[in-house]
Structure formats: C-alpha cells, structure tokens
Write a protein that binds this ligand. Structure first.
Ligand SMILES: [Zn+2]
Length: 305
C-alpha cells in the first residue's frame, strides 16, 4: 500500500512516532470530522428552533393572560358606566315628572338610540373570546345609545325649564314689603271710612312711611301716577295675564313703560288717597280678575333672583 502522507506524533519524553496514511484514509478522516460537525450543528439548530417555539408559545400565553385581564377590566368599566347611566335614567324620570313632560318609556331606554352596529369582525378569535368581546361591544353600543338619549332629554328639559323659569319670573309671587304684617286681608270687610260692608280687593301690608316697596315679579310699568282713592299708584304688567298694583305710595320711583325686575324698588310706603294710616294696598289681577294676593305670595321667599 502506497503511503502518501506521514503524520508525526510527539509523545512523552520527546519520543517521536510516525504514522503513514494514504490520501483515501485522509479524506475519510476529514469527511468523518465534517459529518460529526454537521450533525452537531444540525442538533444545535433543532434545539434552538424548539427553544424559539417555546418562547413564542410562552409569549402568546402571556399575551392571552394580559388580554384576559384587560377584558376583565373593561367589563368592570362597562359595569360602572351602566350603573351611572341607570342613575341618570332615574334622575331623568324625576326631572321630566317635575317639569310635567312625559317620561321616556323603559323600552326606549333599554334599546338606546342609534341601535347596534356590531359586525362579525371577531370570527378569527376563539369562540369564548369572541363571545366575551361581542357581549362587551353590545353593552357599549347600548350605553352609547342611552347617553345620546339622555343628552337629547336634557336639551328638551332645558328648553322646558327656561320656559317655566320665564313664566315663574313673571308671576307676582313675593312679598312687596318684606317683613310687613297683613293689617287687612282680601274679601268683604267693614270699610274704615264709611263703616259699611265692602269688598276689599287687595291686601293691606302695614309698614311705616318711606319703607321700600319691591316689584313682586318681572314686568313693565303700565301706570305710575295718582289714581283717585288709591292715591299714588304703580301698576305693573307682568305678561301671561298677570298685573300687580301697589297703592297709597308716598313716593313713586319708576316711570310708565319702564321694565322692572322682581325685587326692584318701585316706590315707598305712604298713606296717599283713601288711607287712614301708612300701609301698602297690594293687588294681584289675573286675566282681569282681582284675586287674593295671599295665594300668590310665598311669605318665606324674601330672596329675589
Ligand atoms: Zn287696601
């Protein structure tokens, strides 16, 4: 056998040993090394792949757990909003009742406005997940509709409220001389002048001369001058069919055609005209009929707007 190569090995004590091999053997040895290396490398890559798959799996699981946690949090938020909206619905019913506006029917509330626009967009998710998300989506759609409905209702109630407020501002409903005492009421009485039974068409509020007299509601002065037995008198037209009259004044502090606000001083208490002593004769006229002002005065209300 022809030896092409000689391998010299150096042993202990510098003992030299030589091995002669052929080209074929050398190639075989190299190939064996190469195969071992490739196998090792292959094994390494496979293990690495397994690790990557494991990491991916772990990450996916982690993400799933996070998603589940977030879904639970979202459910809690939806629950909280639902509770708040339920309170709003209760308040809405009370407000509509108070303002004498028909209540919104429960069925309309439970549907909300705008309807549902759920799409089958979660088909790629697992059945359980898509069910939870669909429920959440449905709840949010309803809450969205209810919020819209409540806002519409608030706008309607605001309009009604401002109408009512305007009416309220024009109804003579305060005491024109706060703190005064009623010395003579509305109705038949013995006239202090001729001692005969006569209809007393107003309220006499006892107060000393010069005490301020306040307008009992918003309106426009329709008369401000001497008026026979009434003495110096102010008549205020409040609109909505309401007129108030303030008589026996010692002083008039407004002019005809002047707009006045509730609580504004219009004159001073006196005893002009047919009056025995200093007092305000106060009348409330509704659609041309003189009514008992007591029914219109909230005696506790001395605070003006
Ligand atoms: Zn009187």
């Amino acid at each position: 056998m022809k030896h092409d190569y000689t391998i010299i090995l150096i042993g202990r004590n510098n003992f030299l040993k030589s091995i002669s091999i052929t080209t074929g053997y050398l190639i075989a040895i190299f190939l064996s090394f190469a195969m071992i290396t490739i196998s090792a490398l292959g094994l390494f890559i496979r293990n690495a792949n397994v690790s990557i798959t494991e990491i991916k799996q772990n990450m996916a699981e982690e993400q799933y757990r996070n998603n589940l946690k977030r879904t639970e949090q979202l459910k809690e938020v939806v629950k909280d909003i639902r509770m708040r909206l339920h309170n709003q619905i209760v308040i809405d019913n009370k407000q509509r009742n108070f303002l004498q506006v028909a209540a919104i029917h429960q069925d309309i509330w439970s549907m909300g406005i705008g309807g549902s626009n759920r799409a089958k967009r979660m088909s790629s998710l697992s059945l359980y997940d898509s069910k939870i998300l669909e429920e959440l989506s449905e709840s949010i759609d309803i809450l969205k509709g209810q919020t819209k409905l409540r806002m519409m209702s608030i706008r309607e109630l605001e309009t009604k409220l401002s109408q009512n407020f305007d009416l309220w501002k024009h109804i003579p409903s305060t005491n024109p001389v706060p703190g005064s005492e009623i010395s003579s009421g509305f109705g038949y009485r013995i006239d202090p002048f001729d001692k005969t039974v006569r209809m007393h068409e107003g309220l006499d509020l006892s107060a000393s001369r010069g005490t301020p007299v306040y307008a009992t509601a918003d309106g426009v002065v329709m008369y401000a001058d001497w008026n026979m037995g009434y003495g110096y008198t102010v008549d205020i037209d409040h609109g909505y069919g309401f007129v108030s009259r303030y008589a026996h004044l010692s002083k008039i502090q407004v002019r005809e055609g002047e707009p006045v606000k509730r609580g504004q001083i219009i004159g001073r208490v006196g005893a002009t005209g047919r009056a025995v002593c200093s007092h305000l004769h106060y009348e409330v006229i509704v659609a041309g009929i003189k009514v008992n002002p007591v029914n219109y005065i909230d005696f506790k209300n001395i605070v003006f707007d």
